[in-house]
Structures are given as C-alpha cells and as structure tokens.
Design a protein around this ligand. Structure first.
Ligand code: CIZ
Length: 300
C-alpha cells in the first residue's frame, strides 16, 4: 500500500497530473487526492488548476462535466464502468418526447445527467442551487430532469409548476425512514441531515436537507456534536477527518454506491502510467452543454 501510494505520487509529478476525488469516493482515494469535493467544485477546480492531466475519481457524468469545463486538459476516469444509474435514466429521445408534451417549457437538468442531456437542456443545477436556479427562470412552468426526488424537493420550495421526470438514485433509496427513526431513538440529540435525492418521507422528517458540500459546511460550523447522515457513506470519511471531536452515524451500512467504489488506488496508478482512459466529449455537444452549465454559474 505504501509503495502504491509512493508510486502514484511519483507518477503524478512526472505527468504533471492532479487527482480530484468526489466526496463519495473510498477513504484511501480521498486521502491521495489533491482536492476532494462535489461534482461542481471538482469541475471548477479542474478548470483553474495548473495541470495538464486530471485524474478524475468519481462517476462518468462528473468526469464528463470536468472535460466540458476544461477542454485544454486531458481528463481521465480510471474506470469507465463507473457510471451513474440516475444519469442513465433519461435518453435524448425521452427528453425530446417530454419536451414535446410540454411545448415552450424550459428544461432544468440536474448535474447528474449526460453531456448530451445537458446540451439539450436550458440550464443545469446541482443539489445545492436547485431552488435558486428554478426561481431564476421567468417562466412559471418548468421541466425538471432526471431526479424525481430532487424534483419533488424543489416543487415544495417554489411556487412554480414543475413537470418531473421519474428518475431516481438507487443508492439514496436505501435510506429508509425507519432506520433513521431507530438511530434517533439511540441518539436523540443527533441532528438528521439528508440529501435531497432521498425519498420524500425521509426529506420531510429530516432536520436539514443538504447537498454534500452543504453537509460538510454545516457539520463544521454548527454547534451540534452528533449527526445522522443520510447520503452515500463515502462522505463519512471526510466528515470524521474534518471534525474529529464530532460523531457521525450513517443511516445504514447499505448506503454504498457501487459505481463510486469502482475507483481504486491500483486503477489510479494504471491510469497515471497509461494516461487512459480519456474522457472525450464531442465538440458540438460539449459547447452546448457548457452553455447550460455556464447559465447556472451566472446565477450562483
Ligand atoms: O453534485 C454532486 O457532487 C452530487 C452528485 C451530490 C452532492 O450533493 O454533492
């Protein structure tokens, strides 16, 4: 393990690469990374760092977003099988049909979507800015894709009429209200923070509904000492590391995204050696997808 880490560090220098890791990655991958964050923070970091090569430890749509925002760099995803089932829950044909059934209604797409879907949407959003993005549009009717739970969450927090695509994150659906209630009985003084990709009953019960970046900020700044955490368990590593005196309880051991866990130190090493596999987004799609991401960045 030490040899592996040393070799990764050596090759990183040699290839002028940086390693970016999502908050849901394995602990050892987060520890070797230059930056750890949510998908947008990582893409923005990718765009501004002085490096030729980005080793992106996350899932495909995230690496694709980084490639869209920094076309001058080589973006590598150490395992191309690391997909996002939620992002795959809407195809371009389905989006086109959905648009036809609601003509002239603008499309807001969650960042968990393919470049092609972003390219055919009006504006992108993340779980931290979804309400602001929806409210920034002058239209009163909005199409929201692909996550139904995030769609329901925004629907409850805006006066707009939202047409929601019925996609979902299978990992967040493992977060069950009964498990949270059981933990709350054991730790009555713990605050419950959950991700808006969770089911509506979980979101309704939670004290705080937060993106991963917001959870990390809230855990650091709040006076609470105990937290029940309703999102992918990879975030517990960073929460504990940044708050050694606080306690964090995952809702269940099952809240693991198998795709996020596909990236390992060995695969990172292999990608650094070969500079493969590269994420390449077709030029025209990249240009249009960038527009919908940039529209979001303007209203942040
Ligand atoms: O945008 C991200 O990184 C995702 C998928 C979730 C979050 O809340 O950070």
């Amino acid at each position: 393990m030490i040899d592996l880490i040393d070799e990764i560090k050596r090759l990183k220098e040699e290839k002028k690469a940086i390693i970016l890791a999502h908050n849901y990655q394995r602990g050892e991958v987060q520890d070797i990374a230059d930056f750890v964050g949510d998908s947008l923070e990582l893409s923005r970091t990718a765009a501004k760092v002085d490096a030729k090569v980005i080793i992106f430890c996350g899932v495909y749509f995230m690496a694709e977003t980084a490639a869209i925002l920094c076309s001058d760099k080589v973006v590598i995803l150490p395992d191309f099988e690391a997909g996002c089932p939620l992002a795959n829950m809407i195809t371009l044909k389905e989006l086109e049909d959905f648009k036809k059934s609601h003509p002239k209604v603008p499309v807001v797409c969650y960042i968990n979507s393919s470049a092609e879907i972003k390219a055919n949407s009006d504006i992108c959003c993340t779980s931290s800015n979804v309400i602001n993005v929806v409210n920034s549009l002058r239209e009163e009717e909005i199409i929201f894709i692909p996550d139904m739970n995030l769609g329901n969450f925004v629907s409850k927090n805006t006066s707009k009429n939202i047409h929601i695509w019925q996609g979902f994150c299978p990992t967040h659906l493992w977060i069950k209200l009964n498990d949270i209630k059981r933990l709350k009985e054991i730790h009555p003084d713990a605050v419950v923070m959950v991700h808006p990709e969770c089911a509506p009953d979980v979101v309704e019960y939670a004290d705080k509904v937060l993106s991963t970046g917001q959870m990390l900020k809230f855990a650091k700044e709040s006076a609470f000492k105990k937290f029940i955490v309703g999102t992918e368990n990879g975030i517990i590593h960073r929460l504990k590391k940044e708050n050694p005196k606080k306690e964090f309880y995952p809702v269940s051991k099952k809240i693991i995204c198998p795709n996020m866990k596909r990236i390992t130190l060995r695969k990172i090493l292999k990608s650094l050696k070969n500079l493969e596999p590269k994420v390449i987004v077709e030029k025209e799609i990249s240009k249009k997808a960038k527009t919908s991401i940039e529209r979001m960045l303007e209203i942040l």
